[in-house]
Every structure is written in C-alpha cells, then in structure tokens.
Design a binder for this molecule. Structure first.
Ligand SMILES: NC(=O)c1ccc[n+]([C@@H]2O[C@H](COP(=O)([O-])OP(=O)(O)OC[C@H]3O[C@@H](n4cnc5c(N)ncnc54)[C@H](O)[C@@H]3O)[C@@H](O)[C@H]2O)c1
Length: 339
C-alpha cells in the first residue's frame, strides 16, 4: 500500500509510520512542516528505522510539493494540525488556517485527483463540547467525576457542540470529511479520539497532559492542574489507535462515511489526580502540585463507549493503561535529553 501521513513526524504520526512500516510492502510518505517543537527528532528516528520512507518537509497547503504522492496514494491519514485549545484561543486565525483551510485544501485536492483513496481523519472528542448538560457527580473519595447516566461511556449519537476555536476547527473539518463521503462518494472515515498517550509524544502543558506530567515528575519539576483535577478521560495507548486506522483502511468500503468515538474506554478511565498519583508512585517521586482555574470548555468527564467501532471494525482496546504508561515512561527515560 502507498500511504501518505500528514503530520507524520508528530506523536501519533511517528507511531503510525512505525506501525505500517512493519509490512515491508508498504511505501510510506510523510508530510510535516515540523512546526511542533521537537518533532525533527522523530523524523530523524523514522529515517533511521524505515529504509524506504520519504519525508517531505512542507505545510499541508503546499500541495505542489507532494502532489505526485497524493495522486497515487492508496490511503491518506490526516494528522497534521494545530492541536491545543489554549493556542487556538490565543491565535484563532492560525488555528483556522491549519485545521480548516489546510485540511480542506487537502481533501478537495484528493476529491479532484484521487477520489477513491481512503482518507482517515483524526478528529477529537471535543466536538461534543463541554457536556455540561450531563449530570456529573463528584466522588471525593476516589478523586474523580462520575457520569451515572452513561456508565459505559458515550456513543456517536451524542449531539455535537463546538466550544473554543479548536473545537470549531476540528468539528468543522470532521463535518466536511463526513459530508464528502455523502456528496462525492469519497472514502472518508473520522475518528473522534479521546486522550491518546505513548512514546514519541512531545507533551507540553498545553497539550499531551499524560506525557507532560510524566516528564515533569521525571525531571522533578512542579505540576499545575487546571481545575480541581477530578476531570476524567479514557486514556488510549497510541498503538491501539493506529490499529483502528489500519482496520478502517482495510474495511473502507464498509465504514466509509462513518465517525467513530475511540478511547481507552471505561476500564482505562482515570482522573488527572489519579494519573499524577500513579506516576509519582511509579517514579517514587513526589513533586509540588498547584491548582489554577479550569480551562474553557474542559469536559469534566469523557469516556468513549467504543461500541460502534467494536461492532463495525471488530476493534478493541488491547493495552491496559498501567502497561501503556510504563512503555511511555521507559521511552521518556531513554530520551530525557529531548525535553
Ligand atoms: N494526541 C491526542 O491526544 C489527540 C486527541 C484527539 C485528537 N488528536 C488529533 O490527532 C492529530 C495528531 O495529534 P498529535 O498528538 O500527534 O499531535 P502532534 O503535534 O504531535 O502532531 C501534529 C504534527 O503536525 C505537524 N503540523 C502542524 N501543522 C502542520 C501543517 N500545517 N502542515 C504540515 N504539518 C503540520 C506538526 O509539526 C506535528 O508534527 C491532530 O490533528 C490532533 O488534533 C490528538
């Protein structure tokens, strides 16, 4: 298969390239503008690990630089984007240009030159807004929020509601990708991803919180929690996510035009405080933790039901959070000089 990965030097992109490179028949091309600090290191690593990978340093909009790859691609996994809510609030135009305009230019070019290619889009659970309409209760003993009405997590029937420029830009392109399957019969699939973690993540305070906390504790530096730390996310190990991309490409005729919620599910749902406690215990290190106001639009509780993806793609979570966390910590320990 000829595979193009946009944002391929980023966290999910690097893991995606390594996964698909296991099959020597696959020809992988990466397009990335290296705007995320530190990702050149991932690109160098991929260059060393994968003999026939092609890495094109350019923006998604700079289609001319990779048009020949696009024309012949069997699948495009679109990961490039502005990834932080905070940055989207500081600079909504940049967020718009990257997440909507560049993504649209890519999709519309594909419509014109290679409409049958499989197109996988990495959307987000943030398309469901802050979910304040749900009855969430606080469990002070367990230090976590709970959603008694959705004990098995949320499905795709949840109404979308875009909050923050990031929510709007990811949500808008999520809708375009689904609509291009309806209107132009394109082979698009949307993954509304929960919190993904694992090796190669350059986590910072703005985005990639599990990797960020872990790195802070390893470096014996303090942590700031936005809100009360009881917020719950279902944490998904990156390789499990990439396996879902693979299954979607293999079953594209069946799942084209679908949106899937995907996350670690109820068995891998942890609050921010619980994750910090696990990390401190793992590294036998206690670091100072301070609290500031919660972030705009921050969901108190999000857990993906994973029901539709389980049924349609026979996908399931393979990696338990504690096991995946250990892989991530091991990678960070080996690469501490990067942070
Ligand atoms: N990591 C998560 O938990 C998570 C959750 C939900 C959705 N997502 C989505 O998944 C995708 C990948 O996320 P990630 O965690 O790997 O982020 P990342 O920042 O590690 O990777 C994104 C990559 O895109 C590149 N990039 C940014 N703008 C570009 C542009 N205009 N042209 C070319 N390259 C560009 C960056 O340099 C970076 O390498 C993003 O679209 C993100 O919104 C991630």
């Amino acid at each position: 298969m000829k595979l193009l990965i946009t944002g391929g030097a980023g966290f999910i992109g690097t893991n995606t390239a390594l996964y698909f490179a296991k099959n020597k028949q696959n020809q992988i091309t990466i397009v990335d503008d290296f705007s995320r600090p530190g990702v050149e290191v991932n690109a160098n690593y991929l260059n060393k690990q994968i003999s026939n990978i092609q890495i094109i340093k350019c923006g998604v909009c700079d289609i001319k630089k990779y048009i020949s790859v696009l024309k012949n691609a069997d699948a495009v996994i679109h990961l490039a984007g502005q990834t932080a809510v905070t940055k989207s609030i500081q600079d909504p135009l940049h967020d718009f240009e990257t997440n909507i305009h560049a993504s649209f230019v890519l999709l519309d070019t594909i419509r014109n030159i290679n409409p049958k290619t499989a197109f996988i889009y990495s959307s987000t659970n943030k398309v469901y807004g802050d979910l304040d309409r749900h009855k969430i209760r606080k469990n002070k003993t367990k230090k976590q929020y709970e959603d008694a009405c959705h004990p098995k997590g949320l499905g795709e029937e949840e109404p979308v509601e875009f909050i923050s420029p990031y929510g709007c830009s990811k949500g808008a392109f999520d809708m375009y990708a689904l609509d291009f399957a309806r209107i132009y019969s394109m082979n698009t699939v949307v993954f509304r991803q929960s919190c993904i973690y694992g090796p190669f993540q350059m986590g910072v305070e703005d985005q990639g919180w599990v990797a960020h906390f872990s790195k802070q504790i390893l470096k014996k530096k303090p942590i700031t929690i936005f809100g009360d730390g009881f917020q719950v996310r279902d944490l998904l190990y990156v390789e499990d996510l990439v396996e879902a991309y693979d299954l979607a490409i293999k079953n594209i005729k069946k799942v084209r035009g679908s949106a899937f919620n995907i996350g670690g599910g109820i068995n891998n749902a942890y609050s921010v405080i619980q994750v910090i406690n696990l990390l401190q215990k793992n590294m036998k290190q206690v670091i100072p933790v301070s609290y500031v106001d919660s972030r705009l639009g921050d969901q108190k509780y999000f857990v993906s039901a994973n029901k539709k993806i389980g049924k349609e793609l026979n996908w399931k979570v393979r990696t338990d959070f504690k096991q995946g966390l250990q892989h991530m910590i091991d990678w960070q320990k080996k690469n501490l000089h990067l942070f």
